[in-house]
Design a protein around this ligand. Structure first.
Ligand code: C2E
Ligand code: CA
Ligand code: CA
Length: 275
């Protein structure tokens, strides 16, 4: 329900703050958090299996609440979407990520998650153009990760926005492919730079033949459509080997490197020399 709830204003996360009062509290606290600098970004490395080198990092938002401690994004992004604060948070994320990436000595790329509601409630190309310009970042070093919902709702309008972002040089990544509202026509109608296989399939693929079949099919689809596939949520060397044998181009997960405030220059544990 959590995954399906993101970007869908009619649903909310029943695992968290179920009473209305708590939701109002969280809403109020999100407003304060922006002003009090309680948000920060962590960066998780993404590795290319062909070169065994890192190619970039995914930016993941973190909220350090002064009393409640760490609040994971799954617990506040949905609320921020519903109460109209996602545009403000989203702009902060894009600006922070561009400013950080501009300082990385290795020149690698940064990938930012963008909520479907940011397409509706902000002028995304203008926001991203300003962020890139102010950070003096090469637009080719920025990608945005969108979910299938972005192409389900306001499809024509959002595709136009994506084409404008593409013209700027920004990469477009389809996130969590295979969950939610999967439609193969999304992959036919829009040329993504990368498609990410949803973590749940990677998690189960070595135990469940059905998950493995879906992973295999998405990898084949990637070959046919000439789009790079990213597998996320890799936690073991067995998962990595399975994906490498099927020439999955990019991999991400705790086994490669955990999200961290400081960027990792190499995957954890000397993986580069091991594989
Ligand atoms: P996502 O975009 O699918 O991000 C990947 C999530 O998987 C992250 O969770 C990451 O920490 C986690 N992860 C990475 N490798 C592994 C692994 O090997 N095993 C396991 N179990 N988990 C792994 P996180 O940071 O809690 O973020 C959850 C979701 O919140 C994200 O899912 C994304 O949808 C959303 N999110 C995060 N940051 C932002 C943001 O800046 N803006 C927006 N709109 N959404 C964000
Ligand atoms: Ca993502
Ligand atoms: Ca994902």
């Amino acid at each position: 329900a959590k995954e399906a709830g993101r970007g869908n204003v009619r649903e909310y996360d029943h695992n968290f703050d179920t009473s209305l009062q708590d939701r109002f509290r969280t809403e109020r606290e999100i407003r304060l958090a922006i002003d009090n600098n309680e948000f920060f970004l962590e960066y998780q490395p993404i590795m290319c299996t062909r070169s065994h080198r890192l190619t970039g990092y995914e930016a993941l938002i973190r909220w350090e609440h002064p009393q409640r401690g760490r609040i994971p994004p799954d617990r506040f992004i949905g609320i921020a979407e519903e109460c109209g604060l996602i545009a403000e948070i989203g702009e902060w994320v894009v600006r922070r990520a561009c400013a950080d990436a501009a300082l990385w000595k290795n020149g690698l790329s940064v990938s930012v998650n963008v909520s479907p509601l940011q397409f509706a409630t902000s002028d995304l190309p203008a926001v991203i153009t300003a962020a890139i310009r102010d950070a003096r970042l090469d637009p080719k070093r920025l990608s945005i990760e969108i979910t299938e919902i972005t192409l389900l709702q306001h499809a024509d309008q959002n595709k136009e926005i994506l084409r404008n972002l593409r013209k700027l040089g920004v990469g477009i990544v389809m996130d969590d492919f295979g969950t939610g509202y999967s439609s193969l026509s999304y992959l036919r109608d829009f040329q993504f730079d990368k498609v990410k296989i949803a973590r749940s399939f990677i998690r189960d693929m070595l135990q469940q033949p059905h998950s493995a079949a879906i992973v295999d099919a998405i990898l084949l689809l990637g070959k046919g459509l000439e789009v790079d596939i990213v597998a996320e949520g890799i936690e073991t060397s067995e998962q990595l080997h399975y994906l490498e044998e099927r020439s999955c181009t990019f991999v991400q997960g705790y086994f490669i490197g955990r999200p961290d405030r400081e960027i990792a220059e190499f995957p954890a544990g000397g993986l580069l020399s091991e594989v």
